[in-house]
Write a protein that binds this ligand. Structure first.
Ligand code: SF4
Length: 295
């Protein structure tokens, strides 16, 4: 009989779980609720929240609709969004993950104490990711955003570097960027002091643990069904990583995408997912696999 198991380390991260609980709580009074941006990069979960009454809007619609109250997502917002909401007298329900809030403050404090003629801030992140947009807002947009080790060419080697990271980036890629920056700065020793590079790996602890946990889990299984939204960057990264550990890994968004052909002759099936995949979705895939393998 086929063995089916859910990855014990999978499921929503703390920040996503918290904002979804906040949305559910505020939807109970039946007054409806606007959410600024997708609360979670997960189409099924967003559909569920929309059924409960959540209306997702973008920044332009915030200005046009002037809703009574709006929920900010776990990724955080730049100060300009708070200022706009205040000007429009919109009540903010702040779902920013506390870890992201702490990082925003850290960047702001560092920026304020920097000598900007001789020092620069570098953020390892995706320039169009909402969390990075929120981080840039803390420093008046005055930071170099890099997403690969090749991007270090954007950094001024004549200035001291303060390196931080978007919380959801890949820790291994962060180390690559760190090494590439060290190499770059070494090329200009005459311009720099010993203390010319400060690196702070601000990737979330839950993200750091995910890859080792997923690796151990994927090694034990003959096949992996990896569940996540196709627009989740964390999902894409973890799926690709999982495939390097267990080549028989399939990426699906929901239980309907399980192909019965994949399951034939497989002795053990592991089900895992991104930090934006709920335990309910993993359970639903488990039930679907049970159904398909019980005939
Ligand atoms: S990945 Fe970490 S920092 Fe980002 S929302 Fe989740 S718990 Fe918060």
């Amino acid at each position: 009989m086929v063995k089916i198991e859910i990855d014990p380390g999978a499921g929503f991260c703390f920040g996503v779980e918290k904002v979804i609980n906040t949305a559910e709580l505020h939807l109970q009074d039946g007054k409806g609720l606007y959410g600024l941006g997708e609360m979670v990069h997960n189409a099924s979960e967003m559909e569920r929240l929309h059924t409960l009454g959540l209306k997702t809007i973008n920044h332009r619609e915030l200005l046009e609709l002037k809703p009574e109250r709006v929920l900010f997502r776990a990724h955080g917002e730049p100060p300009s969004t708070y200022q706009l909401a205040e000007k429009l007298r919109i009540e903010i329900i702040d779902g920013t993950c506390p870890i992201v809030s702490r990082l925003q403050k850290k960047l702001k404090n560092t920026y304020e104490s920097m000598d900007r003629d001789r020092e620069q801030m570098v953020i390892f992140g995706k320039s169009d990711h909402p969390e990075t947009i929120g981080l840039l807002g803390q420093v008046n947009g005055d930071a170099v955003v890099i997403s690969t080790k090749e991007d270090v060419s954007k950094v001024d080697p004549g200035k001291k570097v303060y390196l931080f990271s978007q919380t959801t980036m890949d820790p291994e890629r962060f180390r690559e960027v760190e090494s590439a920056l060290n190499e770059l700065l070494k090329k200009f020793p005459e311009k720099l002091s010993k203390d010319s590079f400060r690196s702070d790996c601000t990737i979330c602890g839950q993200m750091k643990k995910r890859k080792p946990g997923l690796s151990a889990f994927a090694k034990k299984q003959e096949m992996i069904l990896f569940v996540s939204g196709k627009n989740s960057s964390n999902g894409k990264m973890l799926y690709e990583y999982c495939k390097t550990i267990n080549p028989l890994t399939y990426w699906i968004s929901n239980s309907n995408e399980v192909d019965p052909e994949w399951l034939k002759g497989v002795g053990s099936i592991g089900i895992s997912g991104a930090t934006s995949t709920s335990r309910d979705q993993l359970e639903s895939v488990l039930n679907q696999v049970k159904k398909l393998t019980s005939v």
